[in-house]
Design a protein. Sequence first.
Length: 219
Amino acid sequence: MGVLALNSLSQFLSDYPGMSTAPYSDAGVCLRGKFRFKADVKGGNEVEDFYKLEIVIPHKYPLALPRVKEIGGKIPRDGNFHINPDGTLCLGSPLRLLKKIYSATDFNVFIDKCLVPYLYAVSYKLMHGGKFVFGELAHGDQGIVDDYSDMLGLQERHQIAQSLRLLGMKKRIANKKTCPCGCGKRLGACSFHHKLNAFRDMAPMSWFRAHAMDLEAQI
């Protein structure tokens, strides 16, 4: 983690006194404990609740996403609360989350924009039933594709994977490739390159290449 992100941990621990640092591997800084929060939405009900969490903040934050697990068994593992097979909370599609925390050296931005809204939605659903109050993506890989389709304005999975591959290349090389929008032009000659360029600094090229390979494996 950068110095500023590390400094923001003291504020986080002050705001959430039930959490504390815990030993972990070199993967990053680990926080464990009882995470109490209070949140509401415009026109909705205020929710005050808590969950026992483990949060691992990677050293490369915000260029790499934190991993959050609910370790108290409070969230049902019945497939209706968006928990990944490895036990991490599915807070949103990876690119959507990166967009929210992009350039945010303050770790609390991730807490406020990504974690608390998810926990609010879970608590509200547990209390009142129904669907997630902020809407929800399809489970697993299809939800990622659906969200990227919305973010990029593309319809097909192979177009999305191609866009990620181009983000995994240097800009001058990518601009010589065929645009994934289907216009038939090279990327640099199509206005779509402006949309892709907006994502370039959000993650290393290797991240985009690996993500493209994951999506292509499902095609």
